[in-house]
Ligand binder design. Structure first.
Ligand code: BDR
Ligand code: CA
Length: 307
């Protein structure tokens, strides 16, 4: 079976961490490269976390440090959701970032995409700064990208404010470049990810899966995210990975989506054209729903491999 080749661009982040751990064990995908970006916490922390998570999972993969700030905005973090380290109170020790000082994320993305025999899927699950830089500097990469499966936005609105979802709001100009690149986008926005909930009964099972299980328990139980119902976590970023390997568990609608980067209240809003007539040609598969029990079953079965 041909595995789909993917690049994960991430800002771990509690849900990014679970997404990476899931992705390492998904038999239908192969991770060619992981890149980090400033997002939930600063890029030194997101890079440390990505390296630490791969090490914990004993998964060998190239990791490259990415942008330390959005294109135009000042950096915006989400420590009140993910904790100061990005992973609740968990802190990876002995990660040597000095070897990543001169990392060139655009070059790494460019070379990985252009050297791939098969078309690549990009999976950005943090702000879209690295992706926008790549597309602006090397538009020729589009030829070898199958699709971009993002976690970001929400046709229904945002989570940081009424309009803006975090990954888009942090760098709306970058998101605009990506949505207008002509590459097909698969959008796991809040419309679906608010349904990607992990409950205590699920964690009870997952926490038994060896050191990885203990790690997941700790980062979930120690993150300061305000609890709004009886769920423990929204697994936002996991949706974008599964959307590549298990698209049949999701329901989506094709629409044209663009990003508001001006606006008084609406900067960072992903607006979807849902008109019944005169609508613009779709550029995005907007995921709207998921089969929740299949989603949790897939996640649990893959994570069980860390037992
Ligand atoms: C997104 O923002 C981050 O806080 C999460 O990791 C996720 O990628 C949700 O809005
Ligand atoms: Ca993320």
């Amino acid at each position: 079976m041909n595995k789909k080749k993917i690049i994960i661009d991430c800002d771990p982040g509690v849900d990014d961490a679970v997404a990476l751990l899931y992705a390492f064990k998904d038999p239908l995908i192969e991770i060619e490269l992981i890149t980090s970006v400033s997002g939930n916490v600063n890029v030194d922390k997101t890079t440390t976390n990505a390296i630490g998570i791969a090490r914990l999972a004993n998964h060998k993969v190239k990791i490259v440090k990415g942008a330390n700030r959005p294109l135009i905005n000042e950096p915006l973090f989400a420590e009140e959701i993910h904790g100061v380290s990005g992973l609740g109170t968990y802190q990876f020790k002995d990660v040597d970032l000095s070897v990543h000082e001169n990392d060139d994320v655009v070059k790494a993305l460019y070379e990985t995409i252009m050297n791939s025999k098969e078309k690549i899927y990009l999976v950005p699950i943090g702000p879209f700064t690295n992706i926008a830089k790549l597309l602006m500097l090397h538009p020729e990469v589009k030829e070898n990208i199958e699709a971009i499966s993002i976690m970001g936005g929400g046709i229904k609105g945002g989570n940081v404010n009424v309009a803006g979802e975090f990954n888009v709001l942090v760098d709306p100009e970058a998101a605009h470049v990506m949505f207008n690149s002509g590459i097909p986008i698969i959008m796991a926005g809040l419309d679906v990810t608010e349904k990607s909930l992990l409950y205590p009964k699920d964690l009870k099972i997952i926490q038994e899966f060896g050191e990885v299980g203990k790690f997941i328990k700790q980062i979930i139980e120690s993150n300061p995210r305000p609890k709004i119902d009886d769920s423990l976590l929204q697994l936002n970023d996991v949706v974008s990975i599964m959307a590549i390997s298990n698209p049949e568990i999701f329901t989506s609608k094709d629409m044209f989506v663009d990003v508001e980067y001006g606006g008084r209240f609406s900067r960072g809003w992903t607006l979807g054209d849902q008109r019944r007539a005169n609508y613009q040609v779709a550029n995005t598969k907007v995921i709207l729903d998921l089969d929740h029990s299949k989603f949790i079953e897939l996640l649990t079965e893959r994570l069980r491999e860390y037992e």
